[in-house]
Ligand binder design. Structure first.
Ligand SMILES: NC(=O)c1ccc[n+]([C@@H]2O[C@H](COP(=O)([O-])OP(=O)(O)OC[C@H]3O[C@@H](n4cnc5c(N)ncnc54)[C@H](O)[C@@H]3O)[C@@H](O)[C@H]2O)c1
Length: 432
């Protein structure tokens, strides 16, 4: 019988709860035995879901750490700017941590976390959920096996849909640097940068150049006659592509964890409650062209690796369809696919007369208990927890496992890309 591990949730927001739900799927592997969150409702919700007693619920990390070490690890799902400051005391107290991305909001913070993790001899794994999806894992396996030879170019593309862009980076929590402390590149596409780094695992990224800006979500791009709040003073709301009513009332489940956070005190908010909220001080009721957002809506990144391989990432917000694409060119062939299609093709050079290349389609559709809605991110969310449990039990992790050191290259590429974009210069990437 394998040992069951225990974990405490720090920051009981929607991400932590998703990871913690692994305890339902594998009750013989994981049990949630505590929650730390200053917000009473979040603590109460976690307590209800995981049957926690009052003495297992804490309002702060300081309060939690007055107790002797209780759990095997901590799930840290606080917001971006709290990842490092909340992790440092937990590491010092001997906790291993499953930590949300981005692991830090600056290079200085990143170094602090790495140094503390090494000093205390702990294990920290970053929630790079895409690595755990069948799509990216199957591609990585082929690259690692050398199926397409040596990689000479990696092209990653992330199309952030119009509704995701508006909810996250225009009206929402990652719209302003002084609030989230993460750029859009780090908040959204640090996964894709991590995938690039993973495909080139063991080869350091050397320099990066980046351009981008906020093209669309600014007052001068507002349609003629637009108001400031969709349901208050906007005569064109009914026909607007970004109407809050059409995004959040007509699609009640979509992004509900963000849009209706201010209604958490109501058990089942009605449509009337929601409309009143959007008419009131709910930030998701604002006109997307008249918000206080200061992050980009599109950005391109070009990276050169130590072996001469190059990579690009194009992140574009406002697309009709959300999509992630990956195209790898190797010396013997190529791999090209779209994550949302759960399919990729592997092409090889074909020298036979009358032929140019061969092409094989690989279908990696996810089914089963930890897929789709249950697992999120194509099943990646829960497989990631499963792997961390394995590592802590001394078992062999999967190819996707992300020790902290392995997450540094992608994060450093991102921090330096943002520096390059602002300073309009090529930036040398420091050693991980
Ligand atoms: N891996 C992914 O694909 C993915 C997807 C979305 C978001 N994220 C990341 O997950 C993280 C959490 O996002 P979310 O939307 O779940 O956030 P959230 O705001 O819903 O949850 C954060 C929680 O932390 C609590 N908190 C605040 N200060 C705290 C403290 N000092 N100690 C303990 N708890 C504290 C808040 O009360 C809140 O309940 C963010 O960093 C975000 O970038 C990752």
């Amino acid at each position: 019988m394998k040992q069951k591990l225990t974990a405490v949730i720090v920051g009981a927001g929607h991400r932590s709860i998703v990871y913690a739900s692994y305890a339902y799927h594998a009750p013989d592997e994981l049990e949630i035995i505590g929650v730390v969150d200053p917000a009473p409702r979040r603590r109460e919700r976690a307590a209800k879901e995981f049957k926690l007693k009052p003495d297992q619920c804490f309002t702060s990390i300081d309060e939690f750490l007055t107790q002797p070490k209780k759990a095997d690890f901590v799930i840290n799902g606080t917001m971006d700017n709290l990842h490092v400051s909340t992790s440092l005391p937990l590491l010092a107290a001997g906790y291993d941590i499953l930590l949300e991305k981005p692991l830090a909001t600056s290079q200085a913070e990143l170094r602090q976390l790495v140094e503390a993790t090494r000093r205390h001899g702990r294990r920290v794994s970053i929630c790079h959920v895409l690595r755990y999806t069948p799509f990216y894992r199957a591609i990585r396996e082929r690259v690692q096996r050398g199926d397409i030879g040596e990689l000479l170019n990696v092209q990653a593309v992330e199309h952030v849909s119009y509704h995701h862009m508006a909810v996250g980076f225009v009206r929402g929590k990652w719209a302003r640097l002084d609030r989230s402390h993460s750029t859009m590149l780090m908040a959204k596409s640090c996964h894709d940068l991590d995938i690039i780094a993973w495909m080139k695992s063991g080869v350091a990224p050397m320099r990066v150049s980046s351009v981008g800006g906020n093209y669309q979500f600014r007052p001068e791009k507002a349609p003629a006659g637009a108001g400031t709040k969709c349901l208050v003073d906007c005569p064109i709301e009914a026909d607007c592509l970004y109407s809050a009513r059409r995004h959040y009332i007509d699609h009640p489940e979509r992004w509900s964890m963000y849009v209706w956070a201010s209604l958490e005190h109501i058990e089942k908010p009605t449509i009337e409650d929601k409309i009143a909220s959007l008419k009131g001080d709910n930030p998701y009721g604002r006109c997307v062209w008249k918000c206080d957002n200061d992050v980009v809506d599109h950005q391109s990144v070009a990276v050169e690796f130590a072996d001469g391989c190059t990579a690009t990432l194009n992140m574009i917000g406002g697309s009709a369809r959300p999509a992630r694409h990956l195209h790898l060119i190797g010396t013997h062939g190529e791999i090209q696919g779209c994550f949302e299609d759960s399919k990729f093709v592997v092409r090889h050079i074909d020298l036979r007369p009358g032929h140019e290349y061969t092409e094989k389609v690989v279908d990696v559709k996810v089914t089963g208990d930890m897929s789709g809605a249950l697992g999120g991110h194509g099943g990646g969310d829960l497989r990631l927890v499963q792997d961390f449990v394995r590592v802590l039990r001394g078992e062999q992790p999967s190819i996707s496992f992300t020790p902290l050191e392995d997450s540094l290259s992608g994060h450093l590429m991102g921090f330096c890309a943002d520096e390059s974009r602002v300073q309009r210069t090529v930036v040398e990437i420091p050693k991980a």
